[in-house]
Design a protein around this ligand. Structure first.
Ligand SMILES: Nc1nc2c(c(=O)[nH]1)N[C@H]1C(S)=C(S)[C@@H](COP(=O)(O)OP(=O)(O)OC[C@H]3O[C@@H](n4cnc5c(=O)[nH]c(N)nc54)[C@H](O)[C@@H]3O)O[C@H]1N2
Ligand SMILES: Nc1nc2c(c(=O)[nH]1)N[C@H]1C(S)=C(S)[C@@H](COP(=O)(O)OP(=O)(O)OC[C@H]3O[C@@H](n4cnc5c(=O)[nH]c(N)nc54)[C@H](O)[C@@H]3O)O[C@H]1N2
Ligand SMILES: [Mo]
Length: 601
C-alpha cells in the first residue's frame, strides 16, 4: 500500500487505518525515497524527525546554509524568505556541486558557462563541494572550528548548551582531533581558504540555520550527512533559539503530514497504542516493507498486490527495469490517481485505475462541501479547499474511495463505521484528534486563519531521545575513491518537471533546451575522455556484476567538479541499483551512482 505525498491528512489517516485493519504495516511511501534520511538522522539525535525552524526563524537568521538543494527551481517561494533574511542582514552560504542559478542570482538561459561570472547573487559564499563530499566538508569545518576555539577559548562552542542539553561531545572532539584535516579538505573538493571564509561568516552569531534537500539525503551515507549537520549546529548551540535550527525542505505538499498521520512502514509502538485506544482494534505490530523492500518482495513473489494512493512508483523508484519486472509479477495493481502516467502501463495480471478528485476540485459530501488539511515543512497544519468544478461528476475523493474499500473488504464485523466518517470530514478530524498527539481541538484550531503549529520539542530544546539529551554522533567519512575511468553521477530535476511529470523539455536556469537526455560534464574531463560538446554517449553502471545501461545521452560542458556528472531523474533511474541505498533509511542513493561513459555506436 504505497502513498505519494499529496494525500490529505484526512485521506491518509483513513488509508493507514484501513491498511492496518486489513492486517499489515506495509505502507511504503515517497518519503522513503525523499527525506527518510532526514527523519532518521534527526529523530536519533534531536528526538524529532522534522525540522525545528519556523518561517520567522528564517527571516531572523544571521547565517543560512543551503546544502544539496536547488530552491530556484524546486522551492521558488523559499527565495522570497531568503531575500527577506538577507535584507535583515543574513549571509547565505550555498554548498552544492553546481552553481545553481536561483542561488547564484545569475539567470542566463543561453550560457551555463557564464553562470559563475555575474549578476547579484543570493549566496554570499559558494562552496563547490564534490558529489557526496559533504561529510568531509562538515568535518573539516568542525576541525577548523576546534582550532579557532583553541586559539580563542570560549568563542566558538556553546559550552553551556553542550553541558546542559547534549551528550557525546567529548567523543566527537576526540574523533575530530584525530582527523587529518588536509585529507578531509581534499575529499570535500573545496579549499581551506573557502572553509575559513565560511567559518568567519558563521561565527558572527549563533543564529545559524541549515537548509537541505535531496543532495544530502539520497546518498549511501544520507543519514550520516544529516547527523553531521546536527553535530555542527549543536556545537554552537544553534538549535531551539530564534533564528537557528534544522530545516529539511520537503517536496510534496503533504509528505510530512502523511507521516504524522501514520503512513509509515515502521510505526512506533506508542503510535500504535494510541491508535488502538482510539479505534478499538489491535493494529499489527511488526514492521514491514519500505519502498526498496517492497520492490524486492514483489520480485521474489512475497507480495502479490500493489496498491498506490497516488504517485508514479514505476518511474520514481530506482532500477526501472527491475521495478517493472517486479510490478509485472503481481496478481493485481490498483492506482488511485488524478492523472494518467506511464506507471499505469506496467502492471500485473489485473490492473485497476480509480480516478479521483484533485485537491483543487470541489469535494461535495452528505454535509456539503468539505475541506481537507495538510502539514507543511515547518509543522504548520492548515486547511485546503478545492474551488474548481470536478473534471467529471463521477469522480470520488480519496477519502471516499478508502472508506468504501474498507467497508467492502473488512465487512460488517469491523468496528469502524467507515462511510459515516466521510459524510463530514470533521468526523475524521475528531478521530485524528483522539489518535494523534498535537491535534487537540483540531476542528476549531484548523479553522483559524493560517492554521496552527504542531508541537516541536527541538524548537524548545526539549530533546525527546531515549536519554532526553541531544546527541553528538560520529559518522565515518565515505570512501570517495572511484574506479579508473568512472564518474560519480547525481540525478536531479529540471525546471520543467514535477518529479515524474514532465511539462516541457527545457531546464531554463541551466541553459538546456529541447531535450532531457543530457549529461553535465566538466570540460577537462571531456577533453580527457575525448568527448566534444554535443557528443552522444551511453552511460553504464556495473553494480553487483549486473550491467545497467542508459543509451544516447548528449554531453553538455558544465561547471561541475571533476569526475562528477549530472543527469535528470527519471531518465537515469535505470542506472540506480536497487541495492544501492542509504544505510539505515533505505533511501535510494540516486545522487551518487558510479557510471562509465562511452561514445554511442
Ligand atoms: N519544480 C519542481 N519543484 C519540486 C519538485 C520538482 O520535481 N519540480 N520536486 C519536489 C520534491 S518531491 C522534492 S523532494 C524537492 C527536491 O528539491 P531538491 O533537492 O532541490 O531537488 P534536486 O533536483 O534533486 O536537487 C538536488 C540539489 O542537490 C545538489 N546535489 C546533488 N548531489 C549533491 C551532493 O552530494 N552534495 C550537495 N551539497 N549537493 C548535491 C544538486 O546539484 C541540486 O542542486 O523539490 C520539490 N519541488
Ligand atoms: N533518480 C531519482 N529518483 C527519485 C528522485 C531523485 O531525485 N532522483 N526523487 C525522489 C523523490 S524526492 C520523490 S518525492 C519521489 C516521487 O515519487 P512519486 O510521488 O511516486 O511520484 P510523482 O511523480 O510525484 O507522482 C505523480 C503522480 O501522482 C498522481 N497524483 C498527483 N496528485 C495526486 C493527488 O492529489 N492524489 C492522487 N491520488 N494522485 C495524485 C498523478 O497520477 C501523477 O502522475 O521520486 C523519487 N525518485
Ligand atoms: Mo521528494
Amino acid at each position: 500500500f504505497y502513498t505519494s505525498g499529496r494525500t490529505s491528512n484526512e485521506a491518509a489517516f483513513l488509508y493507514q487505518l484501513f491498511v492496518r485493519a486489513f492486517g499489515t504495516n506495509n505502507l511504503p511511501d515517497c518519503s522513503n525515497m525523499c527525506h527518510e534520511s532526514s527523519g532518521m538522522g534527526l529523530g536519533e539525535t534531536v528526538g524529532i524527525g522534522k525540522g525545528s525552524v519556523t518561517l520567522d526563524d528564517i527571516h531572523e537568521a544571521d547565517t543560512i546554509i543551503v546544502m544539496g538543494q536547488n530552491p530556484g527551481t524546486n522551492h521558488p517561494r523559499m527565495l522570497t524568505a531568503l531575500q527577506k533574511a538577507k535584507k535583515n542582514g543574513a549571509k547565505i552560504i550555498a554548498i552544492n556541486p553546481l552553481p545553481e542559478a536561483g542561488l547564484m542570482g545569475f539567470i542566463n538561459p543561453k550560457s551555463p558557462a557564464q553562470v559563475l561570472s555575474g549578476g547579484t547573487s543570493i549566496a554570499d559564499l559558494f562552496l563547490q563541494v564534490q558529489i557526496n563530499g559533504d561529510v568531509p566538508l562538515l568535518k573539516a569545518m568542525m576541525c577548523l572550528m576546534l582550532e579557532r576555539e583553541a586559539s580563542a577559548p570560549g568563542t566558538v562552542f556553546d559550552e553551556d548548551f553542550i553541558g546542559l542539553y547534549t551528550e557525546g561531545f567529548d567523543a566527537l572532539r576526540a574523533h575530530l582531533e584525530a582527523q587529518r584535516i588536509d585529507a578531509l579538505i581534499e575529499a570535500s573538493g573545496v579549499t581551506r581558504a573557502e572553509l575559513e571564509q565560511a567559518i568567519d561568516i558563521i561565527l558572527r552569531s549563533r543564529k545559524t540555520i541549515v537548509c537541505w534537500a535531496m543532495g544530502l539525503t539520497q546518498h549511501k551515507n544520507g543519514v550520516g550527512n544529516v547527523r553531521e549537520i546536527v553535530n555542527f549546529l549543536l556545537m554552537r548551540g544553534s538549535i531551539g533559539v530564534p533564528g537557528a535550527g534544522t530545516c529539511p525542505v520537503r517536496g510534496h505538499s503533504n509528505v510530512q503530514g502523511d507521516r504524522t498521520m501514520g503512513i509509515h512502514d515502521r510505526p512506533s509502538q506508542a503510535f500504535l497504542d494510541r491508535l488502538q485506544e482510539a479505534v478499538g482494534f489491535d493494529p499489527p505490530r511488526e514492521h514491514d516493507f519500505n519502498t526498496v523492500e517492497a520492490i524486492q518482495a514483489m520480485l521474489d513473489g512475497r507480495a502479490k498486490l500493489f496498491f498506490a494512493m497516488g504517485g508514479n512508483f514505476l518511474q520514481a523508484t530506482p532500477d526501472t527495469q527491475r521495478t517493472a519486472e517486479a510490478l509485472r509479477k503481481t496478481d493485481m495493481i490498483v492506482h488511485v490517481s488524478t492523472k494518467l502516467n506511464r506507471g499505469h502501463l506496467v502492471h500485473g495480471r489485473q490492473a485497476i485505475i480509480l480516478p479521483c478528485l484533485a485537491r483543487s476540485e470541489i469535494d461535495d459530501q452528505a454535509y456539503g462541501e468539505q475541506f481537507v488539511t495538510v502539514e507543511n515543512s515547518m509543522g504548520v497544519v492548515h486547511s485546503s479547499r478545492g474551488h474548481l468544478k470536478p473534471a467529471h461528476p463521477g469522480l470520488y475523493s480519496e477519502s471516499s474511495i478508502v472508506a468504501w474499500l474498507a467497508e467492502k473488504v473488512l465487512g460488517p464485523e469491523n468496528p469502524v463505521s467507515w462511510c459515516w466518517y466521510i459524510e463530514n470530514y470533521d468526523r475524521i478530524r475528531d478521530l485524528i484528534e483522539k489518535a494523534i498527539p498535537g491535534f487537540e481541538r483540531f476542528n476549531e484550531r484548523v479553522r483559524e486563519p493560517g492554521g496552527f503549529h504542531l508541537y516541536n520539542g527541538a524548537r524548545e530544546r526539549k530533546f525527546n531521545t531515549d536519554t532526553g539529551k541531544a546527541k553528538f554522533t560520529i559518522n565515518p567519512a565515505p570512501d570517495l575513491t572511484l574506479p579508473e575511468g568512472s564518474f560519480r553521477m547525481m540525478t536531479i530535476r529540471t525546471h520543467d518537471q514535477y518529479n515524474t511529470t514532465v511539462y516541457g523539455n527545457d531546464d531554463r536556469y541551466r541553459g538546456i533546451r529541447g531535450g532531457r537526455r543530457v549529461v553535465f560534464m566538466n570540460e577537462a574531463d571531456m577533453r580527457e575522455a575525448g568527448f566534444e560538446a554535443g557528443a552522444r554517449v551511453d552511460l553504464r553502471n556495473d553494480f553487483g556484476g549486473e550491467v545497467r545501461t542508459a543509451p544516447r545521452f548528449t554531453v553538455v560542458p558544465y561547471p561541475i567538479p571533476r569526475r562528477c556528472v549530472g543527469t535528470y531523474f527519471p531518465e537515469a533511474n535505470v542506472l540506480v541499483p536497487l541495492e544501492h541505498y542509504a544505510e539505515g533509511s533505505y533511501t535510494p542513493a540516486s545522487k551518487d551512482v558510479t557510471v562509465r561513459l562511452s561514445l554511442s555506436s
